[in-house]
Design a protein around this ligand. Structure first.
Ligand code: NAD
Ligand code: ZN
Length: 340
């Protein structure tokens, strides 16, 4: 079958032919219809230090997709051929303490589809039935294809009560922008998002931000004054992984504020812990999506009218994947979808 794989230990991804994946007794075989390019795939494409230390040689990459069930193992229940599905990209062990307590998103033995094992940039993907999520009929393919990053946004944004609150989101990447839409949908008051990329800030405005602030040109504290915010943000969603962005969040969050951190900072990020302590902040790290509460919330958010469609800015045949990766690298895009 056709696939995109990391064939060489150098920048790039290559189209190739690979064996059909095996379908174990508990697995579902999915025929891939659409995949989306994730920031993680861009790291793999660029072959940065993280990718060099993580990605097995020759592996098929990708983990954001929608497809159709075409086969399944003998032990699988609850799915039928023809079901439209996406899937949770974190495979969990099932026997660690958190798994056995049902907190499987905290599994210490998590394996990533398209990161630690074969992924979805292929005609077919085989994953455990446990990870497969049926997509309701009224959710379009392009939205189902981005449920994985949408789930990061939903998991992060719904970590704390946003109703009537002033929310700061640092980083208007695709996930930050989707978090804006979620915060607006669930009833936040002011939603301020920061970035240094005008294209993405404009997209964030379109998706419901009260103010989208280019921090290379404007001071966040001036924006707060303009909005009549006298005390500070109630909730912070860190979605950039940029140390200066996190520091601005610690500066502008109110006492008793709550911060959910999704962005992955460099390992040596310095933090003024005095701010955390004397402001009495609560900080929560976010990894992946809750299985499967986040997935049910995603479906319900879309079904209750949340419109994510502006975030998909590019769509192309999979053969044009190089163009897709270059667009993602340029920063002049929301999500890029490859049709298989
Ligand atoms: P992205 O790289 O597209 O977005 C990050 C954004 O931060 C970019 O638009 C960039 O321009 C912006 N930025 C740069 N400097 C800034 C500054 N000073 N202030 C504010 N913003 C600034 O990434 P994404 O795909 O939207 O993901 C967001 C973050 O979440 C990334 O750090 C990613 O690695 C991380 N992530 C974490 C998980 C998890 O499970 N924890 C999952 C997916 C992604
Ligand atoms: Zn586990």
């Amino acid at each position: 079958m056709k696939a995109l794989a990391k064939l060489k230990a150098e920048p790039g991804i290559w189209q190739t032919e690979v064996e059909m994946p095996k379908v174990g007794p508990n697995d579902v075989l999915i025929k891939i219809k659409k995949t989306a390019i994730c920031g993680t795939d861009v790291h793999i494409y660029k072959w940065d230090e993280w990718a060099q230390n993580t990605i097995p040689h020759g592996m098929v990459v990708g983990h954001e997709y929608v497809g159709e069930v075409v086969d399944m193992g003998s032990e699988v229940r609850g799915f039928a051929k023809g079901d439209r599905v996406s899937g949770e990209g974190h495979l969990v062990c099932g026997f660690c303490r958190n798994c056995r307590a049902g907190r499987v998103h905290l599994c210490r033995n998590t394996i990533g589809v398209g990161v630690n094992r074969e992924g979805s940039f292929a005609e077919y993907l085989s994953i455990p039935a446990f990870n497969v999520f049926k997509i309701p009929d009224n959710i379009p393919d392009n939205i189902a294809a981005i449920f994985d990053p949408f789930g990061n946004a939903v998991h992060t944004a719904l970590s704390f009560d946003l109703v009537g609150e002033d929310v700061l989101i640092t980083g208007a990447g695709p996930i930050g922008i989707m978090a804006v839409a979620v915060a607006r949908h669930v009833g936040a008051r002011h939603i301020v998002i920061t970035d240094v990329n005008p294209y993405r800030l404009e997209l964030a405005r379109k998706m419901g931000a009260t103010r989208a602030v280019d921090v290379s040109k404007e001071d966040l504290k001036d924006v707060m004054k303009e909005l009549g915010m006298t005390e500070g943000f109630d909730v912070g969603l860190e979605m950039s992984g940029v140390p200066s962005a996190f520091r601005s969040m610690l500066d502008t969050i109110n006492h008793g504020g709550k911060i959910a951190m999704l962005g992955i900072p460099p390992s040596d990020m310095a933090v003024d812990w005095n701010k955390v302590i004397f402001k009495g902040l609560v900080i929560k790290g976010i990894y992946g999506r809750e299985m499967f509460e986040t997935w049910y919330k995603m479906a319900s958010l879309i079904q209750s009218g949340l419109d994510l469609s502006p975030i998909v800015t590019h769509e192309m045949p999979m053969e044009n994947y190089k163009e897709g990766f270059e667009i993602m690298c340029s920063g002049q895009s929301g999500k890029v979808i490859l049709n298989w």
